[in-house]
Ligand binder design. Structure first.
Ligand code: PHE
Length: 339
Protein backbone atom coordinates (compact mmCIF):
# COMPACT_ATOMS: atom_id res chain seq x y z
CA UNK A 1 0.00 0.00 0.00
CA UNK A 2 2.85 2.37 0.87
CA UNK A 3 4.21 1.79 -2.61
CA UNK A 4 0.89 2.67 -4.18
CA UNK A 5 0.75 5.88 -2.15
CA UNK A 6 4.17 6.99 -3.27
CA UNK A 7 3.19 6.20 -6.89
CA UNK A 8 0.13 8.41 -6.49
CA UNK A 9 2.36 11.10 -5.00
CA UNK A 10 4.65 11.06 -8.08
CA UNK A 11 1.74 10.95 -10.49
CA UNK A 12 0.04 13.92 -8.81
CA UNK A 13 3.25 15.94 -8.93
CA UNK A 14 3.70 15.12 -12.60
CA UNK A 15 0.11 16.01 -13.47
CA UNK A 16 0.48 19.36 -11.76
CA UNK A 17 3.73 20.19 -13.52
CA UNK A 18 2.06 19.59 -16.87
CA UNK A 19 -1.13 21.50 -16.01
CA UNK A 20 -1.25 24.50 -18.34
CA UNK A 21 -4.29 26.34 -16.99
CA UNK A 22 -6.35 26.86 -13.82
CA UNK A 23 -9.01 24.59 -15.40
CA UNK A 24 -6.46 21.76 -15.63
CA UNK A 25 -5.68 22.27 -11.95
CA UNK A 26 -9.38 22.04 -11.02
CA UNK A 27 -9.66 18.75 -12.86
CA UNK A 28 -6.62 17.40 -11.04
CA UNK A 29 -8.10 18.51 -7.72
CA UNK A 30 -11.29 16.55 -8.42
CA UNK A 31 -9.36 13.51 -9.60
CA UNK A 32 -7.21 13.28 -6.45
CA UNK A 33 -9.13 15.04 -3.71
CA UNK A 34 -12.75 14.68 -4.87
CA UNK A 35 -15.07 13.45 -2.11
CA UNK A 36 -16.79 11.03 -4.43
CA UNK A 37 -14.43 8.80 -6.34
CA UNK A 38 -11.30 10.88 -5.60
CA UNK A 39 -8.16 8.73 -5.60
CA UNK A 40 -7.21 9.57 -1.99
CA UNK A 41 -10.74 8.94 -0.68
CA UNK A 42 -10.81 5.58 -2.41
CA UNK A 43 -7.68 4.62 -0.49
CA UNK A 44 -9.08 5.81 2.82
CA UNK A 45 -12.28 3.87 2.14
CA UNK A 46 -10.25 0.72 1.47
CA UNK A 47 -8.39 0.89 4.84
CA UNK A 48 -10.87 -1.25 6.85
CA UNK A 49 -10.23 -4.11 4.42
CA UNK A 50 -6.45 -4.04 4.97
CA UNK A 51 -4.57 -6.33 7.37
CA UNK A 52 -4.74 -4.67 10.84
CA UNK A 53 -1.01 -3.90 11.05
CA UNK A 54 -1.18 -1.77 7.83
CA UNK A 55 -4.28 0.25 8.71
CA UNK A 56 -2.85 3.02 10.85
CA UNK A 57 0.29 3.64 8.76
CA UNK A 58 -1.73 3.71 5.50
CA UNK A 59 -4.23 6.11 7.02
CA UNK A 60 -1.39 8.40 8.16
CA UNK A 61 0.34 8.37 4.75
CA UNK A 62 -2.92 8.94 2.90
CA UNK A 63 -3.70 11.98 5.06
CA UNK A 64 -0.22 13.42 4.64
CA UNK A 65 -0.47 13.01 0.88
CA UNK A 66 -3.93 14.59 0.83
CA UNK A 67 -2.52 17.64 2.63
CA UNK A 68 0.53 17.74 0.35
CA UNK A 69 -1.48 17.60 -2.89
CA UNK A 70 -3.80 20.28 -1.49
CA UNK A 71 -0.78 22.56 -0.92
CA UNK A 72 0.69 21.89 -4.36
CA UNK A 73 -2.63 22.73 -5.96
CA UNK A 74 -2.78 26.07 -4.13
CA UNK A 75 0.81 26.88 -5.18
CA UNK A 76 0.14 26.00 -8.77
CA UNK A 77 -3.00 28.15 -8.79
CA UNK A 78 -1.07 31.07 -7.35
CA UNK A 79 1.53 30.52 -10.07
CA UNK A 80 -1.00 31.45 -12.74
CA UNK A 81 -1.51 34.81 -11.05
CA UNK A 82 1.85 35.88 -9.71
CA UNK A 83 5.37 35.61 -10.89
CA UNK A 84 6.45 34.92 -7.30
CA UNK A 85 5.23 31.41 -7.94
CA UNK A 86 8.31 30.88 -10.09
CA UNK A 87 10.05 30.29 -6.82
CA UNK A 88 7.64 27.43 -6.05
CA UNK A 89 9.22 23.99 -5.58
CA UNK A 90 6.94 22.86 -8.39
CA UNK A 91 8.46 23.99 -11.71
CA UNK A 92 5.92 25.80 -13.91
CA UNK A 93 7.45 24.38 -17.09
CA UNK A 94 8.08 20.88 -18.27
CA UNK A 95 11.81 20.27 -17.86
CA UNK A 96 11.63 17.30 -20.22
CA UNK A 97 10.57 19.46 -23.19
CA UNK A 98 13.15 20.11 -25.94
CA UNK A 99 14.86 23.53 -25.73
CA UNK A 100 13.71 26.57 -27.69
CA UNK A 101 15.72 26.94 -30.90
CA UNK A 102 17.03 30.47 -31.41
CA UNK A 103 17.82 31.04 -35.10
CA UNK A 104 21.00 32.88 -36.06
CA UNK A 105 20.57 36.42 -37.32
CA UNK A 106 22.40 37.67 -40.38
CA UNK A 107 22.89 40.82 -42.40
CA UNK A 108 20.20 41.77 -44.93
CA UNK A 109 21.38 41.04 -48.51
CA UNK A 110 21.32 44.77 -49.32
CA UNK A 111 23.51 45.51 -46.30
CA UNK A 112 25.87 42.78 -47.47
CA UNK A 113 26.09 44.39 -50.94
CA UNK A 114 26.73 47.82 -49.44
CA UNK A 115 29.43 46.36 -47.18
CA UNK A 116 31.02 44.51 -50.14
CA UNK A 117 31.09 47.68 -52.23
CA UNK A 118 32.47 49.75 -49.35
CA UNK A 119 35.26 47.16 -49.08
CA UNK A 120 36.12 47.46 -52.78
CA UNK A 121 36.29 51.26 -52.69
CA UNK A 122 38.16 51.37 -49.39
CA UNK A 123 40.98 49.52 -51.15
CA UNK A 124 41.06 52.39 -53.66
CA UNK A 125 41.34 54.85 -50.75
CA UNK A 126 37.79 56.18 -51.05
CA UNK A 127 36.24 57.56 -47.82
CA UNK A 128 32.71 56.60 -46.76
CA UNK A 129 30.33 59.55 -46.33
CA UNK A 130 26.67 59.89 -45.36
CA UNK A 131 24.03 62.56 -45.91
CA UNK A 132 20.48 63.19 -44.66
CA UNK A 133 17.46 61.46 -46.22
CA UNK A 134 15.27 64.51 -45.59
CA UNK A 135 16.94 67.12 -47.77
CA UNK A 136 16.61 70.70 -48.87
CA UNK A 137 15.70 71.28 -52.52
CA UNK A 138 19.01 73.08 -52.86
CA UNK A 139 21.07 69.91 -52.39
CA UNK A 140 18.76 67.63 -54.39
CA UNK A 141 18.37 70.00 -57.38
CA UNK A 142 19.71 73.59 -57.39
CA UNK A 143 23.33 72.90 -56.46
CA UNK A 144 23.35 69.96 -58.89
CA UNK A 145 22.70 72.29 -61.82
CA UNK A 146 19.17 70.91 -62.28
CA UNK A 147 17.06 73.67 -63.87
CA UNK A 148 13.73 74.80 -62.37
CA UNK A 149 11.73 73.22 -65.18
CA UNK A 150 13.50 69.84 -65.10
CA UNK A 151 11.00 66.93 -65.08
CA UNK A 152 12.70 65.22 -62.12
CA UNK A 153 11.47 68.15 -59.99
CA UNK A 154 7.83 67.26 -60.70
CA UNK A 155 5.61 65.93 -57.90
CA UNK A 156 5.37 62.59 -59.61
CA UNK A 157 9.14 62.13 -59.44
CA UNK A 158 9.90 63.51 -55.97
CA UNK A 159 8.27 63.26 -52.53
CA UNK A 160 7.88 66.85 -51.30
CA UNK A 161 7.49 67.54 -47.60
CA UNK A 162 6.74 71.28 -47.89
CA UNK A 163 8.88 74.25 -46.94
CA UNK A 164 11.47 73.35 -49.62
CA UNK A 165 12.15 70.02 -47.94
CA UNK A 166 11.89 66.67 -49.70
CA UNK A 167 12.91 63.02 -49.41
CA UNK A 168 16.11 62.92 -51.43
CA UNK A 169 15.58 61.25 -54.81
CA UNK A 170 19.30 60.60 -55.35
CA UNK A 171 22.47 60.34 -53.27
CA UNK A 172 24.12 62.99 -55.48
CA UNK A 173 23.12 65.39 -52.67
CA UNK A 174 26.10 64.05 -50.72
CA UNK A 175 28.50 65.22 -53.48
CA UNK A 176 27.52 68.80 -52.69
CA UNK A 177 27.58 68.34 -48.92
CA UNK A 178 31.07 66.83 -49.04
CA UNK A 179 32.48 69.45 -51.44
CA UNK A 180 31.02 72.22 -49.27
CA UNK A 181 32.98 71.04 -46.25
CA UNK A 182 36.20 69.69 -47.86
CA UNK A 183 38.85 70.92 -50.26
CA UNK A 184 40.15 68.68 -53.10
CA UNK A 185 41.50 66.07 -53.47
CA UNK A 186 38.31 64.09 -52.74
CA UNK A 187 37.67 60.40 -53.09
CA UNK A 188 34.46 59.27 -51.48
CA UNK A 189 31.48 57.00 -51.77
CA UNK A 190 28.13 57.66 -50.06
CA UNK A 191 25.68 54.79 -49.56
CA UNK A 192 22.08 55.44 -48.52
CA UNK A 193 18.35 55.34 -49.12
CA UNK A 194 16.60 57.36 -51.83
CA UNK A 195 12.89 57.85 -52.47
CA UNK A 196 10.83 58.18 -55.66
CA UNK A 197 7.07 57.90 -56.16
CA UNK A 198 7.56 55.11 -58.72
CA UNK A 199 4.89 52.51 -59.35
CA UNK A 200 6.10 49.33 -57.70
CA UNK A 201 6.95 46.51 -60.11
CA UNK A 202 9.60 43.78 -60.40
CA UNK A 203 12.36 46.41 -60.72
CA UNK A 204 10.99 49.53 -59.01
CA UNK A 205 10.21 50.41 -55.41
CA UNK A 206 9.39 53.81 -53.88
CA UNK A 207 12.42 53.50 -51.60
CA UNK A 208 15.69 51.98 -52.73
CA UNK A 209 19.42 52.32 -52.12
CA UNK A 210 22.15 54.06 -54.07
CA UNK A 211 25.87 54.43 -53.65
CA UNK A 212 27.24 57.72 -54.88
CA UNK A 213 30.88 58.13 -55.83
CA UNK A 214 32.97 61.25 -56.30
CA UNK A 215 36.62 61.82 -57.12
CA UNK A 216 37.98 65.35 -57.55
CA UNK A 217 41.58 66.36 -58.11
CA UNK A 218 43.82 68.03 -60.66
CA UNK A 219 43.94 66.04 -63.87
CA UNK A 220 41.13 63.51 -63.20
CA UNK A 221 39.85 62.30 -66.58
CA UNK A 222 37.11 60.17 -68.10
CA UNK A 223 39.55 57.30 -68.46
CA UNK A 224 40.02 57.33 -64.66
CA UNK A 225 36.25 56.98 -64.34
CA UNK A 226 36.22 54.09 -66.77
CA UNK A 227 39.12 52.43 -65.00
CA UNK A 228 37.57 52.72 -61.54
CA UNK A 229 34.13 51.50 -62.63
CA UNK A 230 35.55 48.57 -64.60
CA UNK A 231 37.69 47.60 -61.63
CA UNK A 232 34.64 47.85 -59.40
CA UNK A 233 32.43 45.73 -61.69
CA UNK A 234 35.08 43.03 -62.02
CA UNK A 235 35.67 42.92 -58.26
CA UNK A 236 31.95 42.75 -57.52
CA UNK A 237 30.72 40.42 -60.28
CA UNK A 238 33.89 38.57 -61.28
CA UNK A 239 36.39 39.00 -64.10
CA UNK A 240 34.02 37.80 -66.88
CA UNK A 241 31.34 40.42 -66.34
CA UNK A 242 30.08 42.18 -69.47
CA UNK A 243 29.63 45.96 -69.20
CA UNK A 244 28.69 48.65 -71.65
CA UNK A 245 28.98 52.43 -71.44
CA UNK A 246 26.23 54.38 -73.23
CA UNK A 247 26.33 58.14 -73.76
CA UNK A 248 23.69 59.78 -71.59
CA UNK A 249 22.81 63.05 -69.92
CA UNK A 250 22.74 64.27 -66.32
CA UNK A 251 22.59 67.99 -65.53
CA UNK A 252 25.47 67.68 -63.02
CA UNK A 253 27.91 65.73 -65.23
CA UNK A 254 29.27 66.51 -68.68
CA UNK A 255 29.92 64.28 -70.54
CA UNK A 256 27.65 61.65 -68.97
CA UNK A 257 27.23 57.92 -69.39
CA UNK A 258 24.95 55.14 -68.29
CA UNK A 259 26.53 51.80 -67.56
CA UNK A 260 24.73 48.52 -68.14
CA UNK A 261 25.62 45.03 -66.92
CA UNK A 262 24.61 41.98 -68.93
CA UNK A 263 21.50 40.40 -67.38
CA UNK A 264 22.58 37.39 -65.38
CA UNK A 265 19.00 36.19 -64.87
CA UNK A 266 18.32 35.41 -68.52
CA UNK A 267 21.98 35.32 -69.65
CA UNK A 268 21.25 38.16 -72.06
CA UNK A 269 18.22 36.50 -73.70
CA UNK A 270 15.65 38.99 -72.34
CA UNK A 271 13.40 38.80 -69.26
CA UNK A 272 11.19 41.02 -67.06
CA UNK A 273 14.15 42.27 -65.04
CA UNK A 274 16.05 43.54 -68.10
CA UNK A 275 12.89 44.65 -69.99
CA UNK A 276 13.69 42.00 -72.61
CA UNK A 277 16.89 43.85 -73.59
CA UNK A 278 19.50 41.51 -72.08
CA UNK A 279 21.09 44.46 -70.24
CA UNK A 280 20.33 46.14 -66.90
CA UNK A 281 21.27 49.74 -66.18
CA UNK A 282 23.09 49.85 -62.85
CA UNK A 283 25.08 53.08 -62.92
CA UNK A 284 24.86 56.70 -63.98
CA UNK A 285 28.16 58.54 -64.23
CA UNK A 286 30.13 61.35 -65.82
CA UNK A 287 32.61 64.16 -65.37
CA UNK A 288 31.50 66.73 -62.79
CA UNK A 289 29.94 69.71 -64.57
CA UNK A 290 32.02 72.91 -64.03
CA UNK A 291 28.79 74.68 -62.92
CA UNK A 292 28.67 72.35 -59.91
CA UNK A 293 32.27 73.26 -59.01
CA UNK A 294 31.39 76.95 -59.31
CA UNK A 295 28.44 76.45 -56.95
CA UNK A 296 30.58 74.89 -54.21
CA UNK A 297 33.41 77.37 -54.75
CA UNK A 298 35.95 75.06 -56.40
CA UNK A 299 38.18 76.47 -59.13
CA UNK A 300 36.74 74.72 -62.21
CA UNK A 301 39.80 75.79 -64.21
CA UNK A 302 42.06 73.85 -61.88
CA UNK A 303 40.08 70.81 -60.80
CA UNK A 304 38.27 68.08 -62.66
CA UNK A 305 36.40 65.12 -61.27
CA UNK A 306 34.09 62.25 -61.95
CA UNK A 307 30.92 61.16 -60.19
CA UNK A 308 28.77 58.06 -60.35
CA UNK A 309 25.65 56.69 -58.72
CA UNK A 310 24.75 53.02 -58.60
CA UNK A 311 21.58 51.14 -57.66
CA UNK A 312 22.21 48.70 -54.81
CA UNK A 313 19.06 46.59 -55.34
CA UNK A 314 19.81 46.05 -59.01
CA UNK A 315 23.42 45.08 -58.35
CA UNK A 316 22.25 42.57 -55.75
CA UNK A 317 19.55 41.17 -58.04
CA UNK A 318 22.04 40.66 -60.85
CA UNK A 319 24.64 39.07 -58.63
CA UNK A 320 22.32 36.54 -56.98
CA UNK A 321 19.73 36.06 -59.76
CA UNK A 322 16.82 37.67 -57.85
CA UNK A 323 13.94 38.48 -60.20
CA UNK A 324 11.79 40.71 -57.99
CA UNK A 325 12.85 43.78 -56.00
CA UNK A 326 9.88 43.37 -53.63
CA UNK A 327 11.61 40.37 -52.03
CA UNK A 328 14.08 42.74 -50.35
CA UNK A 329 11.34 44.54 -48.46
CA UNK A 330 8.91 41.79 -47.48
CA UNK A 331 10.96 40.47 -44.55
CA UNK A 332 10.26 36.88 -45.53
CA UNK A 333 12.80 34.74 -43.67
CA UNK A 334 12.58 32.01 -46.31
CA UNK A 335 14.19 34.52 -48.68
CA UNK A 336 16.47 36.36 -46.27
CA UNK A 337 17.99 33.25 -44.70
CA UNK A 338 19.49 32.24 -48.03
CA UNK A 339 22.12 34.98 -47.91
N1 PHE B 1 22.01 60.61 -59.44
C1 PHE B 1 21.88 59.91 -60.69
C2 PHE B 1 20.58 59.10 -60.65
O1 PHE B 1 20.05 58.88 -59.59
C3 PHE B 1 23.03 59.01 -60.96
C4 PHE B 1 24.33 59.73 -61.19
C5 PHE B 1 25.18 59.98 -60.15
C6 PHE B 1 24.68 60.18 -62.43
C7 PHE B 1 26.38 60.64 -60.33
C8 PHE B 1 25.87 60.83 -62.66
C9 PHE B 1 26.71 61.06 -61.60
O2 PHE B 1 20.08 58.66 -61.66
Amino acid sequence: MQEKISEIQNQAKDDLVRAGSPEDVEKIKTRYLGRKGGIINEIIKAIPGLPPEQRSSTGKSANILKKEIGEWIEEKKAGFNTSAANASPLPLFDVSQPGVHKPYGRRHPLTQTIDDIKGIFKKLCFDIEYGPEVEHEYYNFDALNIPDDHPSREDFDTFYLGNKRLLRSQTSTVQIRVMEKTKPPIRMIAPGKVFRPDTVDARHASMFHQIEGLMVDEGVSFSDLKYVLTLFAKSYFGQNIKMRFRPSFFPFTEPSAEIDISCSLCKGKGCSVCSQSGWVEVLGAGMVDPNVFDTVGYDSGKYTGFAFGMGVERLTMLKYGIDNIRLFFENDLRFLSQF
